[in-house]
Design a protein around this ligand. Sequence first.
Ligand SMILES: NC(=O)c1ccc[n+]([C@@H]2O[C@H](COP(=O)([O-])OP(=O)(O)OC[C@H]3O[C@@H](n4cnc5c(N)ncnc54)[C@H](OP(=O)(O)O)[C@@H]3O)[C@@H](O)[C@H]2O)c1
Length: 315
Amino acid sequence: MKAIAINEFGGRDKLQFMDLPVPEIKPGEILVKVKAAGVNPVAWKIREGYIKDLFPYQFPIILGWDAAGIVEQAGGEVTRFTEGDEIFAYCRKPLVHGGAYSEYIVLEEEHAAIKPKNTSFEEAASIPLAALTAYQSLFDAAKLQPGETVLIHAAAGGVGGFGVQLAKDRGATVWGTASGHSSEYVQDLGGDRVVDYPQVDFREAVRSEYPDGVDVVFDCVGGEVLQKSTDIVKKGGRLISIVDDPAGLDRADIHSDFVFVAPNSSQLAELAQMVEQGRLRTHLSQVFPFGLEEAQKAHELSESGRTRGKMVLVL
Ligand SMILES: NC(=O)c1ccc[n+]([C@@H]2O[C@H](COP(=O)([O-])OP(=O)(O)OC[C@H]3O[C@@H](n4cnc5c(N)ncnc54)[C@H](OP(=O)(O)O)[C@@H]3O)[C@@H](O)[C@H]2O)c1
């Protein structure tokens, strides 16, 4: 099978088009013919070797943690899927090795859910990782309640865009940070207020309306943005980051947490239902054919940190 993989860590030139054996399934696993693979920042971070001390890995590493495709074979003990099912999946496994930039992928049941019926494979492949991250951050970690106010950093990005929609759907007032050119986009997703962060200090903007701070900050940027965010969370509020651990930050009177997204098929099924009900949608900024140059281009764009919505590779 054709796959885009690496045999050593490094720059985009380390990506290779490889011919690899189709992986074999064990009981409880499904073999999926991949129709589209989502592009997320984690792929270039893995490629660079940033995870090498965090997770076990084995070369060749096929990159890509988001997939949509068709179940080709279901192993014994598989209860939820059968051959021919159209699924989408967040594909992170204990061993970093067999990813979604590939004609086939083996997954455990827990990785996958039936794809929303009203989406293409391309659209479906762009949803799992980013939408699950937003879901687990806002609902599991921050326990966002109707009527609360949340500020979402990088609201025009992959995770932030789903975060805006999920928070709005929950009945929260949603503020987001984004460059001016993405302001309309974020409002269209449900943002009540967009702070043009290169022009306006988000702390001043928040304080002018909420002198005591907001209930929740969901940080998808990290670094200085996370640090500054401690100033604008109200007493008893929550500060959740998916980029840097807020543990050492100086606010004993708020709850802070780092979230690392976990596969969760029931949450993925709930997200699929929301898509089918028109309560959640994805925005594809780039759709690339499955080729080496195209994957390199997608990584280059992702590394810029300036893309809007999501990117996918189509097989
Ligand atoms: N811990 C986890 O489980 C987990 C899961 C998913 C992602 N992540 C990490 O979370 C981060 C975001 O992921 P993503 O997929 O959403 O990335 P992304 O789609 O690449 O985010 C791009 C967006 O970030 C915005 N942005 C950049 N700098 C900003 C700033 N200082 N303030 C506000 N917005 C800013 C850009 O907006 P403008 O163009 O308008 O500037 C752009 O729209 C990445 O570092 C990723 O690796 C972690």
